[in-house]
Each structure stands twice: as structure tokens, then as C-alpha cells.
Design a protein around this ligand. Structure first.
Ligand code: FAD
Ligand code: NDP
Length: 427
């Protein structure tokens, strides 16, 4: 049994949705494009899962957040795919790929062949078992990567009114879920191994602003340690978290956000891998010229840093998707992908954006101890390479994005500090 398509997108997440829209905009013909996803629903804006989806009232539910609403573009419902002749193969895992034969084998035993393949398999959440702790299957231990995880988390929240939660991990999932749990009136303790939250992006000073805010909302922090085991009741529910520092925390539920691994296993030994992802060139094309990779799974050249990077954020998923489709359908008119890394988060009433790279010296502006608007610049080798802003307006965010892209020479750090946000606005 088999079917043949000109274009196949493997994976049905954020980047797949944006790629589909771009294919249709560029005039793909009926029956030429197929998306295969092991999720049971059409592509959706994954960031909603840790934010609107977890609200106690008026929570976001599909179909409201199908791609591409996150970029103020069309909302692609299953009907849209049908109307545009895009084959949506849902709830179907691809078990193996053969890039020489240009075929994929699905769990249902179907062989799907392609002329061009876009790998958009994203990533999977790391499990506690990979750190030697068992108990991930307990019904009140929650991860957060897909709709099924989000539904399980909502059930755990609803089963723990006024209860205690431990959030393991001080990264994006940890910070955003902790805020959502507080909004659901659950008492939260965050546990992570680093000295401060968001260790890979935030400086201690920036982290301290957010930690103080979280504390003011009742969140406890246990830093510099990891969990060693769980205690269970006779039903297999976790009742307490045992930490390596010897302490024990009673819990009604646990949320785990300890990082991800890109889903590359289908292509190991077939495509060149780098930085844990599929290595692609400036056209998002892998070491096999018929195979492209986008989103979390792609390791692509970031021109501004003259370095290959793998980014785990929605903006790069959206933009790499568009660029790959352009490179496939109009290669002669498509230049190299020139992407400025952009990360953001929204928690409680706070909201920050970051552009560029967080290397070199840091220059702060605004009053971090008593202000709702503050920021930082990173200066490396005499140039501005990164910018962070909390509580900015649309225009101010655009200004720091532009300034980071331009990479102006910075001679005097004290003068940059004095000018603060005003510097970006005048670049
Ligand atoms: P995904 O969206 O993960 O899609 C991959 C798809 O491939 C999935 O549907 C998966 O099931 C499918 N798949 C994988 N393997 C197979 C297979 N073998 N067969 C069939 N299907 C397969 N980023 C931000 O910038 N801002 C945010 O606020 C933000 N919030 C987030 C909140 C949460 C809870 C999570 C989990 C992520 C968040 N992100 C955020 C990150 C962002 O969602 C990802 O960078 C983005 O989803 C990557 O898109 P992708 O298409 O590469 O992967
Ligand atoms: P992150 O990589 O952001 O953070 C993982 C955190 O867990 C790090 O602080 C990490 O420390 C810590 N950690 C690692 N191992 C352990 C352990 N054994 N015990 C306790 N803590 C541990 O991953 P997340 O899981 O938070 O997020 C998953 C993905 O979702 C990421 O790709 C992220 O970009 C994306 N996401 C993005 C959002 C956004 O952009 N706003 C929002 C939500 C998710 P260390 O750094 O030392 O490894």
C-alpha cells in the first residue's frame, strides 16, 4: 500500500502549519502536498499550551489556536486543508525513513513517497528517567509538549484545588507553568539545579527581578538541587518529592520541564547531524538535497553569528518554515536564510522579549529593583549583539530588534547605559 506526493511535511506542529500556508500561497496544486503527524489534531500554536490553555476561566481550546493565528495570519482548520487539497494524515507516526528511496513508512504500514521532504518533527520532552528518577507515569506527574500533555495537566490542576505543586526545572516550561499554577490558586515550589531561573538566557540580575516577582505571588524557590525520588501512595500517585539535599516536599501534583531533545532518530546515519539537530544550509536543505529541515529539529547557519545554531522557539519555527518552502518552490529567487534569534515569554502581567545573542559584557538600563520597564544590552567585540526588554511597547520592541540587527559599534559602555532604551530608539 502506498501513496506518492510531490511535497511531504513530516510532523504536524508549528512549523508544519506555517509551511502549509506558504505552500498554498505559492500555488501548490491539489493533491501535491501531504502532512503526516502523530498528533490527532491539525497544526496548532504550541505556545498556547503553557499560557491560555491553562487559564482557570475562558481557557483557550482548539480550534481557536490552530496555526497561523500566532502571527496574525489565517487560521488553518481541518476544513482549510481539505479546501486547499492538502492531505492531512493525522494520528499517524512515521516509523522509518529511507532518504535514498525517498520514502516514509507509517505505523499503519503505508509507504508514502515524496519528491521533496520537509522534516518538521520538533522535539520531545526529556523524561526524569533519563536522569535516573522513576515515576513519570504517575497520573499527577505532568510534562508539557503536546495537547495530550496539556489535557493531563489541566486534569491534575482541577484535581488539586488549593493544593501544592512542585515544578521541576527553571527554564521556560517551569517558569510559565509555575505562573499558570499560581493563577489557578495552587501553591508552587520551583526546584532547579542552577543558582537562578532561566540560567541559559538571564543574568543573575535579570533572574532576580523575576524571582522576586514570583515570590511576591507566593512561589517558593529551592535552588541548587535536584529531585532524587518520589514517594507514592497505594494508588501510585506521587505524595512527596525527595530532594538530593535531603529535604522532602509534600505534593498534590508535579510539573516537569527539564529540557527537550530534537526528534532526529529517523534520520540518524542518513543525514548529517549537528548540535543535536539536522544540519541544514542557508536554504534549510540537509545533506540530502531532497530533504529540508525546519523548526526545533533544524541546525541552521545564523548569519549574524557566523555559527550553526539550533533554536527552540516559535518565531524561528515559523520563519524557517516559510524560507524552506520558498527555497523548494522558487530556489532561484530565494537567498540564504538570514535570521535574527528572537525569544519571548509572557507570565502574569509581565512580558519580555530578547533579540540576538547573550554574549560579552552586559549593560543594564531602567531600575531593576523597582520598575516595570527595564532592559539590558550585550556588547561583544565592540558591537551590540543582544538586547532584552521587559514591559516594552510594540515600538520599543521593534527598536531593540532593529538595533540588534544593525549591530552598531559601541565605544563607551557608560554612555550606552546612560542612554538606555533611548539608544535603541535612535539606531
Ligand atoms: P513542534 O511544534 O513540536 O511539532 C513537531 C510535530 O511533529 C509534532 O506534532 C509531533 O508530534 C510530530 N512528530 C514528531 N515525530 C513524528 C513522527 N515520527 N511521525 C509523525 N509525527 C511526528 N516558543 C516561543 O518562542 N515562545 C513561547 O511562548 C513558547 N511557548 C511554548 C510552550 C510550550 C508548552 C512548548 C512545549 C513550547 C513552547 N515554545 C515557545 C516553543 C515552540 O512551541 C517550538 O519552538 C515550536 O513548536 C517548534 O515547532 P516545530 O514545528 O519544530 O515542532
Ligand atoms: P529549558 O531548556 O528551557 O529548561 C530546562 C530547565 O530544567 C533548565 O533550567 C535545566 O537546567 C533544568 N534541568 C535540567 N535537568 C534537570 C533536573 N534533572 N532537575 C531539575 N532541573 C533540571 O526546557 P523546558 O523544558 O523548560 O522547555 C522545553 C522547550 O519548550 C524548550 O525548547 C523551550 O524553548 C520551549 N518553550 C519555550 C517557551 C518560550 O519560548 N516562551 C515557553 C515554554 C516552552 P540546565 O540549564 O542546567 O540544563
Amino acid at each position: 500500500m502506498g501513496r506518492a506526493f510531490v511535497y511531504v511535511i513530516l510532523g504536524g506542529g508549528v512549523s508544519a502549519g506555517y509551511a502549509a500556508l506558504e505552500f498554498v500561497k505559492r500555488g501548490v496544486l491539489n493533491g501535491e502536498l501531504c502532512i503526516i503527524s502523530d498528533e490527532p489534531v491539525a497544526p496548532y500554536e504550541r505556545p498556547a499550551l503553557s499560557k491560555g490553555f491553562l487559564l482557570p476561566e475562558a481557557a483557550a481550546r482548539l480550534p481557536s489556536f490552530h496555526t497561523c493565528v500566532g502571527a496574525n495570519e489565517e487560521r488553518l482548520t481541518p476544513k482549510w486543508y481539505k479546501e486547499h487539497g492538502v492531505e492531512l494524515v493525522l494520528g499517524t507516526e512515521v516509523k522509518s525513513a529511507d532518504v535514498k528511496r525517498k520514502t516514509l513508512l507509517t505505523a499503519t504500514g503505508e509507504t508514502i513517497s515524496y519528491k521533496f521532504l520537509i522534516v518538521a518533527t520538533g522535539a520531545r520532552a526529556l523524561k526524569l528517567e533519563e536522569f535516573g528518577v522513576s515515576g513519570s507515569d504517575a497520573e499527577n506527574v505532568c510534562y508539557l509538549r503536546n495537547i495530550a500533555d496539556a489535557n493531563r495537566l489541566v486534569n491534575a490542576i482541577q484535581s488539586s484545588p488549593g493544593g501544592n505543586a512542585v515544578v521541576i526545572g527553571g527554564g521556560y516550561v517551569g517558569m510559565e507553568c509555575a505562573a499558570s499554577l499560581v493563577i489557578n490558586k495552587i501553591n508552587v515550589t520551583m526546584v532547579f539545579p542552577e543558582a537562578h531561573c532561566m540560567a541559559r538566557l538571564f543574568t543573575p540580575k535579570i533572574a532576580s527581578y523575576y524571582e522576586e516577582y514570583y515570590k511576591s505571588r507566593g512561589v517558593n524557590f529551592v535552588k541548587g538541587t535536584v529531585l532524587s525520588s518520589f514517594d507514592f501512595d497505594s494508588d501510585g500517585k506521587v505524595t512527596a518529592v525527595d530532594l538530593r539535599d535531603g529535604s522532602k516536599l509534600s505534593v498534590d501534583m508535579v510539573v516537569v520541564g527539564i529540557g527537550i531533545r530534537p526528534n532526529t532518530s529517523l534520520f540518524e546515519g542518513q543525514l548529517t547531524l549537528e548540535k543535536g539537530g539536522i544540519k541544514v544550509n542557508g536554504m534549510l536543505q540537509s545533506s540530502n538535497s531532497s530533504v529540508y529541515a525546519i523548526g526545533d529539529v533544524a541546525a541552521f547557519p545564523v548569519k549574524a553569528f557566523a555559527e550553526t545554531r539550533r533554536l527552540e522557539h516559535v518565531d524561528s519555527a515559523r520563519k524557517s518554515a516559510k524560507h524552506a518552502v520558498s527555497a523548494i518552490m522558487e530556489p532561484d529567487k530565494t537567498g540564504e536564510f538570514d535570521y535574527l534569534p528572537f525569544f519571548y515569554s509572557r507570565v502574569f502581567t509581565l512580558s519580555w522579549q530578547f533579540y540576538g545573542d547573550n554574549i560579552g559584557e552586559v549593560v543594564y538600563y531602567g531600575d531593576l529593583s523597582d520598575s516595570s520597564t527595564f532592559g539590558a544590552y550585550w556588547v561583544s567585540k565592540g558591537h551590540l549583539v543582544g538586547a532584552f526588554l521587559e514591559g516594552g511597547t510594540k515600538e520599543e520592541y521593534e527598536a531593540i530588534a532593529k538595533a540588534t540587527r544593525v549591530r552598531p559599534a559601541i565605544e563607551d559602555l557608560t554612555e550606552l547605559e546612560r542612554q538606555g532604551l533611548g539608544f535603541a530608539v535612535t539606531v
